[in-house]
Design a protein around this ligand. Structure first.
Ligand code: FE2
Ligand code: FE2
Length: 189
């Protein structure tokens, strides 16, 4: 039987430098943005831990979208060994598969909504900026342009009121920080 503690340990071990900290941030955001919603909190905690496993070196496969790959791992290797109901497993798989901001398919279950909108928020604000530069490449202009492109898509995707409020604050901070970056570099990134 696999417990949440096992999944947490595996996320820490396999998630390079970023995976586990990202999970911790997204977990906190799910509780904040989902505070007024009625949803299965246990299912969301599992989904948050597993949602990016398909991007980890141990699991990723070229040509397979990371969200779909995360779903495959959860479905085949993890959830059958967990003490969760079939309904919870279905909620977790749906939330994982549709978490990415580029996925335009509608999401209606609150479990999937809180995961994806918490994940969107982690791309915004100063944390969103530093994550992009950490991803590289060591070319500031390339990272800067990716920040703008991602922000453009993500900012229109929020539906939960608290997520929208946090997004508005983070977008303001982000704009301020990017203006300072431009100013200090005088446009030479
Ligand atoms: Fe992801
Ligand atoms: Fe993520």
């Amino acid at each position: 039987m696999l417990t949440l503690a096992d999944v947490e340990r595996m996320t820490r071990e396999d998630g390079e430098g970023w995976g586990y900290a990202h999970v911790c941030r997204v977990l906190k955001l799910t509780s904040i943005i989902g505070v007024d919603l009625d949803y299965d909190r246990e299912a969301v905690v599992w989904a948050v831990h597993l949602h990016d496993w398909g991007a980890f070196p141990r699991h990723r496969q070229p040509g397979i979208d990371h969200a779909l790959r995360s779903r495959q791992i959860a479905e085949q290797d993890i959830l059958p060994q967990a003490a969760l109901t079939a309904h919870q497993a279905a909620l977790i798989l749906e939330a994982i598969e549709k978490h990415d901001y580029r996925d335009e398919r509608p999401v209606t279950m609150p479990e999937a909504l809180v995961l994806r909108e918490a994940d969107f928020l982690d791309f915004l604000g100063v944390i969103g900026i530093v994550r992009e530069f950490a991803w590289g490449p060591n070319n500031l202009q390339v990272c800067y342009e990716r920040i703008l492109a991602r922000r453009e898509i993500i900012q229109a995707r929020f539906t939960l009121p608290i997520a929208q409020q946090i997004a508005t604050q983070r977008l303001e901070t982000m704009q301020w920080a990017l203006e300072r970056l431009f100013e200090e570099s005088r446009g030479d990134l």
